[in-house]
Design a protein around this ligand. Sequence first.
Ligand code: ADP
Ligand code: MG
Length: 378
Amino acid sequence: MNLDLQGIFDALLEGVVVLDDADRIEFLNTEAARLLGAPAELSPSERLSEALGQDHPICGIVERVRRSGRTSIHDEVEFPQRLATPIPVDVSASILGDRNDGAIAIIVRDRSAARSLREEISERERQESYGHIAAGIAHEVKNPLGGIRGAAELLQLSAKDDRSRKTAALIVGEVDRISGLVDELMIFARGDALELERVNVHRPLDALLDLLALESGYGSIEIERLYDPSLPELEADQARLQQVFLNLARNAMQAMEESGGKLTLSTRMTLENRLVGPDGRAQPTIEIVIRDEGPGIPDAIRHRLATPFFTTKRKGTGLGLAVARHWIRRHGGRLNIESIEGEGTRVIVDLPLQPLAPPELDRTPGTLTQTGNQESPT
Ligand code: ADP
Ligand code: MG
């Protein structure tokens, strides 16, 4: 039988590298070449440390195996990538049997899908628990609110003097405000469907500027638009996107209420291809950045930003970012916040040209599959 060994190894999901006794690369399959860097760079017979640089974590592992003579196993080692974020890789390295003269075999396995799935699961569990709380609150609060409103309206109609009428109207108004809040919260409880249409992303961005113009207090804020006019349309829910951008831009404006400054809205196609579709391929992605020159966000509170009800504002609801994040995720996109204290904040929204389903979890034990994109935590 004439086996094509290289072909077989190249078909493996694991990367395989074999080094000779002087750590020269004797064998390398396609997956190993991908995880370690461009294949062209790693021509066989080159020394590993010369090909990758002595700093590459795999060199340290090989050194350890040489020293101890034992197999060395490492979980989620970060393999640096030239133009992208590092890939977490499980590595196991061992000396091949006596007859192989000190050759070392290294098996490497990409863990990024598993890692993003793990993050996705905990994020989803968080969202689900918000949903339970929201549903509970909505039920307990909405019904009595209806009663209060009705009673206040009756009072308003039967009031004999102006003051009573105004007081009753005040009750109605405040009840409506709470109702609105509960409705907003209900977004987490319902699996709202998106109403998809072709959207020029500049349309909802411009619309929000019109809306913001109606709000007072943003006197000395300059607005700059850096739109890429060649952006393709995306398939999205325009009303939801408008809500997202409004929430984010309003935060930016509020951050500059006292200091003044410039709000910059910019759009472009991203080249980094950070969103991954069900087939595991990078998806064409539009990036929208909302930048302000406000005070920035202290490190200490950054991880709490998108938690419902977290606010640092006297009259804030703490729902703006949570809701924005929810709708971005429903589109299969991502929300990232970068902030430098004293300089300002950049809120980055990545949206796929076509909505991606959020990852499906196959709950059968041992067969977790991922069919969606990954998201980094805000
Ligand atoms: P709210 O605006 O009602 O407080 P959000 O969810 O919109 O709720 O925002 C939560 C918190 O995140 C804000 O209270 C604020 O502390 C912080 N934040 C959000 N955006 C910005 C920004 N552009 N600059 C500074 N802080 C921000
Ligand atoms: Mg807000």
